[in-house]
Design a protein around this ligand. Structure first.
Ligand code: PLP
Length: 354
């Protein structure tokens, strides 16, 4: 039985992408070789990398606007320090909306002063702060578009003349927005894109080269850009599978098409959380994430029955993050509306039985 996978990662992809990806392990492009054994300098793989880089920009609507895409290693966590290494001269502004922003702030402090413009730590990161002020003397402003653990999502980004940097690891390619508001976007592949091991970094080139420090080669965005994302051996398979997912996304209506699906899925689940008296949402309603819905049982005595019921229905990965508890339904691009209906049916069945 195909499971309804609500896991927060890694990595949730459409079945047809998994099929194509497995075929390429046996025989890539009818070459008689596996994608895992071809040279990363071969034309076949250079073509994969180039298509992946340009398709990422195309899907984000950033072609011809001064941006370049890279597929780097080290996860989003390495970007927590590559961003300040390359961009922080004296001071940077950070919005703290959860665990991942907190980690990004910690790394930035190795390179300069950090101004936390606002934080939702006072209410266990259940909301997105609004109306904060970004000082004019900072080198950049950094935020996290979707808080995977707490289930909140920024709906409106501030207007700032300063470069805006965004960690979009858990909602990249899931909703439409004006991506040209951002000067650097990074996202670990392992939610909506591909297997863990590669990180998409989209950079507006003109923000680089403004810090005084020497940047070691592997940390330097300009080195990776000059080498067309092939400075060292890239994560060949992770980049290839990310390309397959991006092709799938393009074929299925691009970000606009998937956004419509994602809204339907989120509306269906949140409506059940709100009308079913046995459950309550974790995040404040106005800031709820369409990717990660966090919720709790009001009466923990029902936990055993509920857990048995959703497992019996073929649902996987519904437990909340260890730091928050409760439940987290991650509804990445590849999860179908039908899978969300299965969860909603289990929740209403619990209500009938209770
Ligand atoms: N940022 C966000 C929003 C995440 O959800 C995660 C992981 O889930 C990370 C950063 C860390 O990513 P990585 O494990 O690729 O370093």
């Amino acid at each position: 039985m195909k499971r309804h996978n609500y896991s927060a990662g890694p990595c949730i992809l459409p079945q047809e992408v998994f099929q194509e990806a497995s075929q390429a392990i046996l025989d890539f492009n009818n070459s008689g070789l596996s994608i895992l054994e071809i040279s990363h300098r071969s034309k076949d793989f250079v073509d994969v990398m180039e298509e992946a880089r340009s398709l990422a920009l195309e899907l984000l609507g950033l072609e011809g606007k001064g941006y370049k895409a890279l597929f780097l290693q080290g996860g989003a966590s390495l970007q927590f320090l590559m961003v300040p290494y390359n961009l922080l001269q004296t001071k940077a502004a950070y919005l703290n909306t959860g665990t991942w922003s907190t980690k990004a702030i910690k790394e930035a402090k190795f390179f300069g002063e950090v101004t936390e413009v606002a934080s939702s730590a006072d209410k266990d990161f259940k909301y997105i702060p609004k109306g904060y002020f970004i000082p004019s003397d900072v080198d950049y402003f950094h935020c996290t578009s979707n808080n995977t653990i707490y289930g909140t999502q920024i709906k409106e980004f501030p207007n700032t003349p300063k470069p805006m940097i965004c960690d979009m690891s858990s909602d990249i390619f899931s909703r439409q927005m004006d991506f040209s508001k951002f000067d650097l976007i990074y996202a670990g592949a392992q939610k909506n894109m591909g297997p863990a091991g590669t990180t998409l970094v989209v950079i507006k080139e003109d923000i680089l080269g403004k810090v005084d420090r020497s940047v070691p080669s592997m940390m330097d965005y300009r080195v990776h850009l000059n080498k067309a994302s092939m400075f060292n051996t890239p994560a060949v398979y992770a980049v290839y599978v990310s390309l397959l997912t991006m092709r799938w996304l393009k074929k299925n209506g691009g970000i606009a098409g998937i956004e419509e699906q994602n809204e339907k899925k989120a509306n269906l689940l949140y409506s059940e959380i709100d009308i079913n008296p046995l459950f309550e949402g974790y995040a404040e309603k106005k800031d709820r994430s369409n990717m990660n819905a966090t919720f709790n049982l009001i009466n923990d005595d029902l936990k055993e029955s509920f857990d048995a019921m959703w497992k019996e229905a073929g649902i996987n990965g519904l437990n909340g993050h260890r730091s928050v508890g409760g439940y987290r339904a991650s509804m990445y691009n590849a999860l179908s509306l039908e899978s969300v209906q299965v969860l909603v049916d289990v929740m209403s069945e619990l209500e009938r039985k209770a």
